[in-house]
Design a protein around this ligand. Structure first.
Ligand code: IK2
Length: 414
């Protein structure tokens, strides 16, 4: 007989992405390629510490006043304020009217969790309306929200036939979602598809959501990564604010500052313009503080200090925008290179979606079988759904990857 009270605990499957990372690390083949993890790599497949982050690090290291005291419950105020200006725009009416409250979180995942906890506790959903997630979406969305007992539903997003946006499906779902439903939207560089709505489509999405009284919740993990321009990549968020929505934003600095392991993120709540907006915002801030205190007490300091230094120093900020262009530019070059190599090889299929898609990922359309063979025979790692992290490609492995893709697609036609 077992001595444990937990014998009935079911064995959970390992996280697919982190298992993929571990399998890649354990692979000893010298030409192995990691197209799995959504983390930027340089042209030698190495993690890239942004030069501006190195500078900010040096400033912190040499600061005689730096200590390791607790941050306030809501985090480093100069960082969260700069983060709000970054996503909303420095001239945002919501900021001018003090309708925004921001709390530092354990990166984007923490921002989703904190936001979800707050919404589960305080957002009135008399018919138990769901949080709608795009189909597909970042796998962790569902898991985070279900852990908070928030019901989740899906809206169509991706059309395999065009490898683009299923706009009719998306707008159809918004039109039929019960009023008060929460709609989780990727602010830019949609994960996993790399497919973003155009500005005209965002405008239409906002109009439907306004009419149907749907609650927007933006997840922004890739600002600056999609187009290389921070303002362009937050256009949708700013447009929704301009339209007077009450909304939430989960913001991550993992990718755009390369601070993956430092866990720097922010959750923002924006009240709609109204005579009691400041009061509502204050009340929300007070409750977010309770959520934070009870869950993590106060957020981690180091990554936030680095981000703070970069965001608040005009020279470092300028250098950051150049670093972002280096990353986004290399990814865009790799998209073009992959398509051109596949065309050269006469690989069956139209690969133009790879250059049309944007941000860290491409949803290639490779099947599960292709993915499995690429891994087993060629040691090329990607998620089962055929998503590739474009940053895993470089001038040294692109020929190898294109030739392997060509081979499997020819060998196993869809
Ligand atoms: N939201 C989205 C849409 C994300 O893609 C991520 C990061 N995902 O990166 C892993 C991968 O898919 O390869 C996050 C939120 C959360 O990011 P973090 O908690 O690292 O800031």
């Amino acid at each position: 007989m077992s001595a444990s009270a937990f014998t009935t605990v079911p064995l959970a499957p390992a996280d697919p992405l982190f298992s993929l990372i571990a399998a890649y690390k354990a692979d000893t083949f010298n030409k192995k390629v990691d197209l799995g993890v959504g983390a930027y790599r340089d042209d030698h497949a190495k993690p890239w510490v942004l030069p501006v982050v190195k500078k900010a690090n040096a400033i912190l290291y040499n600061d005689p006043d730096l200590n390791h005291e607790y941050l306030p419950i809501a985090g480093l105020a100069t960082f969260t304020a700069a983060a709000a200006r970054l996503i909303l725009g420095a001239d945002s009416p919501a900021l001018a009217e003090k309708r925004v409250t921001s709390v530092q979180t354990i990166s984007g995942t923490g921002a989703l969790h904190t936001g979800g906890r707050f919404l589960a506790k305080f957002y009135a959903r008399p018919q138990n309306q769901a949080v709608y997630l795009s189909n597909p979406t970042w796998a962790n969305h569902k898991q985070i929200l279900e852990n908070l007992s928030l019901p989740v539903a899906q809206y169509p997003y991706y059309l395999p036939t065009t490898r683009g946006l299923d706009f009719a499906g998306l707008t159809g779902a918004l039109n039929s979602a019960p009023s008060g439903s929460i709609i989780l939207l990727h602010a830019c560089a949609h994960n996993p598809t790399g497919v973003d709505p155009t500005r005209e489509q965002w405008t239409e999405i906002a109009a439907i959501m306004k009419e149907k009284k749907l609650f927007p919740w933006f997840d922004c993990a890739y600002q600056g990564f999609a187009s290389g321009n921070l303002d362009n990549d937050s256009w949708a968020v700013r447009y929704f604010v301009e339209q007077g929505f009450e909304m939430c934003i989960a913001q991550s600095f993992s990718k755009n500052l390369g601070l993956y392991g430092e866990r720097a993120g922010v959750f923002h709540f924006v009240s709609p313009p109204s005579s009691d907006a400041i009061e509502v915002t204050k009340k929300v801030a007070s409750q977010l503080a309770i959520v934070q205190r009870s869950e993590i007490s106060n957020p981690p300091a180091y990554g936030a200090r680095i981000a703070d230094a970069v965001l608040n120093d005009p020279e470092l900020f300028k250098e950051w925008t150049e670093n972002l262009q280096t990353m986004a530019g290399r990814i865009i070059d790799m998209r073009a290179a992959l398509v051109s190599k596949l065309k050269e090889l006469g690989t069956p299929g139209d690969w133009s979606h790879v250059t049309k898609q944007i941000g860290m990922f491409s949803f290639t359309g490779l099947t599960e079988k292709h993915v499995a063979v690429l891994r087993e025979e060629f040691h090329i790692y990607m998620t089962k759904n055929g998503r590739i992290s474009m940053a895993g490609l470089n001038s040294h492995n692109i020929d190898y990857v294109a030739a392997a893709v060509d081979k499997v697609v020819k060998q196993y036609p869809e």
